[in-house]
Design a protein around this ligand. Structure first.
Ligand SMILES: *Cc1c(COP(=O)(O)O)cnc(C)c1O
Length: 367
C-alpha cells in the first residue's frame, strides 16, 4: 500500500461540485482578469485573516517582492531574512535589488531568533521578513519589539501558514504587511500559481495594487513602473471555494499532528516538532529531525511512504547565492537542520490508518 506525501487530488474530489460550479461561473462570465471573483476573494481573505486590505497577486514570491518594491526598498538596502527558509524569501529581496542578511533560527522552533536578529541590524537595514515556517507562527511580539525599537518594518512570509494563529490572532495581520502563496500544495492552494499581499496600511495597499498591474491606476495611464502579477479570476473563484473549507482541513491536520506527536515520543535520537505556548500551528508540514535521516528516508520510501526534505540546501549555500560569499559553516544551525529534517506525510486527507502505518514504520526502523 502506498501512502503519498500529500494527496492533492482528494481535495479536488471532496469539493468537486462546488469547484466545477465556480469554474463554470467564471468561464461563462466572459471576464478573466481583475474582476468580481478577485475582489470577492480579497475581501473574504482579508476578513479571514483580520487584515484591512488584501491584494491578489500572481504567486507568493511576487507577493513578497511587490511589498518590498512598494516600500521603496532597493539597492543599498538590507533586509533581514531567516537563514533557514525556502529560497523564495531571499529571492524577493534580491529581485528588489536589496541584500538579504541571514539570521539563524531558534534551535527548537526553527523560526527566526529575535535576539540574533537584533545583532545584525545596521543603518542600512530597512525590514525583516519573518517566515512562519512549516505552518508555525514565528515569535511575532519579540520580533515586532526588536524591529520597532530599531525603526524597521516587519513583513510576514505566511506562505506556509494560512490560518495559523499567534496568541489568538491569525498570521497575516501581525506585522506591517504579509505575503501569502496559494501554490497548490499549500494549506490554502489554488489550481495553479496564486498569491496575495495583506496589510492594514492604505498607502502600501494602493501601491501594491498598482504594482501588480503595470503601475496603472486607470487603464493606459501609468503612475509607477509596475509588473504584471495578477491573481486571475479563475484561481480566485476556486480559492473562494477552498477558503470555506480551510478551517476544517486545518483541524484535520491538527488531529494527524496529535496522533504523530503522541505516538512518536521516546524514539531514540528522533526530534519531534516543538510547539511554543504562543503558537497555534496549522501543520503545513510535519517535520521530524533525525541523525541518520537519509537511511530513514530510504526505509520509508521502500515501504511506499512518501517523504520530502524541506530543505536539503539552505539558501546561503545555493549556487544562486555564490555572490554573497557564504561558505559551509557560516550558519551551522541551519546547515544542521538541513542535514537532519524529514517531512512525513501530512494533509487533510491522510487517514488515521495511514498515519498509523507511518508511525509503525518509524518505530520499526528506529526502535
Ligand atoms: C511557497 C513559499 C513561497 C513562494 O510561494 P510561490 O507561490 O511558490 O511563489 C515563499 N516563501 C515560503 C516560505 C514558501 O513556502
Amino acid at each position: 500500500m502506498k501512502i503519498p506525501f500529500l494527496n492533492l487530488q482528494a481535495s479536488y474530489i471532496e469539493l468537486k461540485n462546488e469547484l466545477n460550479d465556480a469554474y463554470q461561473r467564471v468561464m461563462e462570465s466572459g471576464w478573466y482578469i481583475l474582476g468580481q471573483e478577485v475582489e470577492s476573494f480579497e475581501a473574504e481573505f482579508a476578513a479571514y485573516c483580520g487584515a484591512k486590505h488584501c491584494i491578489g497577486v500572481g504567486n507568493g514570491l511576487e507577493a513578497l517582492h511587490l511589498i518590498l518594491r512598494a516600500m521603496d526598498i532597493g539597492p543599498g538596502d538590507e533586509v533581514i531574512v531567516p537563514a533557514n527558509t525556502y529560497i523564495a524569501t531571499w529571492l524577493a529581496v534580491s529581485y528588489a535589488g536589496a541584500t538579504p542578511v541571514a539570521v539563524e533560527p531558534d534551535e527548537r522552533t526553527y523560526n527566526i531568533d529575535p535576539l540574533k536578529m537584533e545583532a545584525v541590524i545596521t543603518r542600512k537595514t530597512k525590514a525583516v521578513i519573518a517566515v512562519h515556517l512549516y505552518g508555525q507562527p514565528a515569535d511575532m511580539d519579540s520580533i515586532n519589539e526588536v524591529a520597532g525599537s530599531a525603526g524597521i518594518k516587519v513583513i510576514e512570509d505566511a506562505a506556509q501558514a494560512q490560518g495559523a494563529a499567534y496568541k489568538g490572532k491569525r498570521v497575516g495581520s501581525l506585522g506591517y504587511a504579509a505575503g501569502f502563496s496559494f501554490y497548490p500544495g499549500k494549506n490554502l492552494g489554488a489550481f495553479g500559481d496564486a498569491g496575495a499581499v495583506l496589510t492594514d496600511d492604505d498607502e502600501l495597499a494602493r501601491r501594491v495594487s498598482l504594482l501588480r498591474n503595470y503601475g496603472s491606476p486607470v487603464k493606459y495611464y501609468n503612475e509607477l513602473k509596475g509588473f504584471n502579477s495578477r491573481l486571475d479570476e479563475l484561481q480566485a473563484a476556486l480559492l473562494r471555494v477552498k477558503l470555506s473549507k480551510l478551517d476544517q482541513w486545518n483541524e484535520r491536520r491538527k488531529q494527524v499532528a496529535k496522533q504523530y506527536l503522541e505516538s512518536l515520543t521516546e524514539l531514540e535520537d528522533l526530534v519531534l516538532p516543538f510547539v511554543p505556548e504562543y503558537a497555534d500551528p496549522i501543520w503545513h508540514l510535519f517535520v521530524i529531525s533525525y541523525g541518520n535521516r537519509d537511511r530513514l528516508q530510504k526505509h520509508l520510501t521502500d515501504q511506499g511512504i512518501g517523504t520530502l526534505i524541506h530543505y536539503p540546501v539552505p539558501p546561503h549555500l545555493q549556487e544562486a547565492y555564490l555572490e554573497l560569499g557564504y561558505r559551509a559553516g557560516a550558519f551551522p544551525l541551519s546547515e544542521k537542520i538541513a542535514r537532519r529534517v524529514l517531512s512525513i506525510p501530512m494533509g487533510p486527507h491522510l487517514s488515521e490508518d495511514e498515519a498509523n502505518q507511518v508511525i509503525e514504520q518509524l518505530h520499526s526502523f528506529i526502535r
